[in-house]
Design a protein around this ligand. Structure first.
Ligand code: NA7
Length: 532
């Protein structure tokens, strides 16, 4: 068994880890990356369920740091599908020659800080250990798969699968009775795809989602040159926008315009590609419940127009939260699926699931016999992936214990008591409520600069102070309180995971403010960090 020592260990070969590996290697560091699966890119490796695709414009999801990659890669759709996305990340891994430093099929189970040596020691499933000065977690926000707690799940004799553990061999649903549990962003993508071929599709819905049209389209060969020429401008817009998208909030209040003007704006946004209806709308739909009620009623009306049976439409209209308070699932003819004769919607709020049994799902009023059950039931979000590794800091303290009352971090990148550990897109990090790649580049570049600063000063150890951590955590909750996110029970609040404390897990202060704060910290000699 090897007991190797590296300058840095990165956990996870996803989009953030890949870029971090590239940047640390540029500093001349000897870096080892451990990845659970046998491939790069994580999100698009695991989430290969039917219908999986970007809700971000493809070109805004791509890395922006390499002119060569930007030039050579052609996106073929404005919102690209899983297969192309996976191809893209493999192309990047080859281009940057990343694989030589990645150890695949290697699941990190534990990591502990060795006091005195100022090193991290990680342990893999199977017992292999390695040490490094820096531990960088790139474990993802939505990677800890969550199966529902339903009695009898294992008794089902048909096939079943969680969407984020989908097999590489495509599943053929022709002639099959399929059940889908879950109607979040993932469930919506699966449902609209499976409904095309399944003999019968039964959708088991707990709470409905406020979905909006994706309005995807192809990018033709003729369009490529102009699109590529616009990349610098597109990245600039993303950088200035609150959530790293091409969409920017309208800073007028919804009450400053006439009902006719409002309606015209909603109609326009509803017909445009991507998240505009959410993120280019009047800003106060996100902060003021009265303003929110207006857009919410507009979207409800759209659902009623699109679904023929008024009773089914009513079940598809959320009752427990307003539009945009949770992540908005983007759809392509999702609501029309419920007009098809081969699709049944089951309202679990009215008739809850009692159990899964050998032949299917039994609700309080009926048995549904099925051949395949799709679990689109989401993730133990943001902190879940950290919980699944036994991470211990300087005095043996477990990270999971430190965060039992909710995460405490400095900038969502470091934790007091866990020196030399940096989290890419950690809890309360500005990259959490963001078009992920845009903010990931910022995270990686900032951590790289900090490591370079330590190299230059021959520091061995860097730790966020407790004061800085407390101040950042307070700031995160203060900004969250100004938004409507905290009103809904979503994964943003950890409310989808049984037993998890209900706290805001993201950062709602906006990507530009987050970047500014990080830049100020760096300019002030890494204020809030103690380096020796
Ligand atoms: P989400 O958004 O957490 O959605 C999970 C869905 O599964 C949601 O509709 C849940 O209903 C439902 N669910 C969870 N547990 C159960 C049980 N026990 N019974 C029935 N239904 C259940 O996960 P997604 O994968 O769709 O999306 C996660 C993110 O990935 C998304 O925001 C994008 O950023 C990409 P509920 O809403 O709790 O009533």
């Amino acid at each position: 068994m090897s007991n190797a020592q590296y300058d840095a260990i990165i956990i996870g070969a996803g989009i953030s880890g890949m870029y971090q590996l590239y940047r640390l290697r540029e500093l001349g560091m000897n870096v080892r990356m451990y990845e659970t699966s046998d491939g790069v890119d994580s999100t698009w490796y695991w989430n290969r369920y039917p219908g999986a695709r970007f809700d971000s414009e493809s070109y805004t999801y791509a890395y922006s740091f390499s002119e060569e990659i930007l030039k050579e890669w052609n996106w073929t759709e404005h919102f690209s599908g899983q297969a192309d996305n996976e191809r893209y990340f493999n192309f990047v891994a080859d281009k940057l020659d990343l694989r030589k430093d990645i150890q695949f099929n290697s699941k990190v189970t534990a990591a502990k800080f060795i006091k005195g040596d100022d090193l991290w020691e990680v342990e893999l499933e199977g017992g292999e250990k390695a040490r490094a000065r820096f531990l960088i977690t790139a474990v993802g926000v939505l990677s800890a798969t969550q199966m529902p707690r339903i009695e009898g799940i294992d008794s089902f004799k048909g096939d079943y699968c969680h969407t984020s553990r989908w097999p590489k061999t495509p599943v053929d649903f022709k002639g099959k009775r399929v059940g889908v549990i879950g109607t979040g962003a993932t469930g919506v993508q699966v449902i609209q795809e499976v409904a095309k071929t399944a003999e019968h599709l039964t959708v088991f819905q707990l709470d409905a989602s406020w979905c909006a049209p994706l309005n995807n389209s192809k990018i033709t060969d003729e369009e490529q040159p102009a699109l590529k020429a616009s990349y610098p401008e597109l990245f600039k817009i993303c950088k200035e926008s609150g959530a790293g998208f091409l969409h920017q909030f309208d800073m007028r209040s919804i009450f400053d315009v006439s009902p006719e003007e409002r309606e015209a704006k909603f109609e326009k946004l509803y017909g445009e590609p991507g998240f505009g209806i959410w993120l280019a709308n009047f800003y106060d739909i996100m902060t003021d419940e009265k303003a929110n009620a207006i857009i919410t009623e507009f979207i409800a009306r759209k659902i009623r127009e699109r679904v023929k049976d008024p009773k089914v439409a009513d079940i598809l209209i959320p009752k427990d939260h307003g539009f945009g308070m949770k992540r908005v699932p983007m759809e392509t003819k999702y609501f029309e699926v419920y007009n098809q004769p081969n699709v049944t919607l089951v309202d679990l709020r009215a008739t809850p699931i009692e159990r899964v049994n050998e032949t299917g799902i039994k609700t309080s009023d009926k048995q549904y016999d099925l051949d395949f059950i799709v679990y689109a039931t989401g993730f133990d979000a943001v902190t879940g992936a950290f919980k699944r590794i036994d991470i211990r800091g300087e005095d043996g303290q477990a990270l999971v214990d430190k965060w039992s009352g909710g995460p405490e971090t400095y900038l969502g990148m470091q934790v007091n008591g866990f020196p030399n550990m940096f989290m890419l897109v950690g809890p309360h990090n500005g990259a959490t409520f963001c078009n992920i790649p845009r903010c990931i580049e910022q995270n990686v570049e900032w951590v790289t600069d900090l490591v370079k600063h330590m190299q230059n000063h021959q520091y061995k150890r860097c730790e966020a102070t407790r004061d800085a951590e407390l101040a950042w955590t307070d700031h995160v909750y203060e900004t969250a309180a100004g938004s409507l996110f905290t009103k809904a029970d979503s994964w943003f609040m950890g409310a989808n995971t049984p037993g998890k404390k209900r706290t805001f897990l993201l950062y709602a202060g906006g990507a530009p403010n987050y970047r500014k704060k990080c830049d100020e910290v760096a300019a002030n000699n890494y204020e809030g960090f103690k380096m020796v």
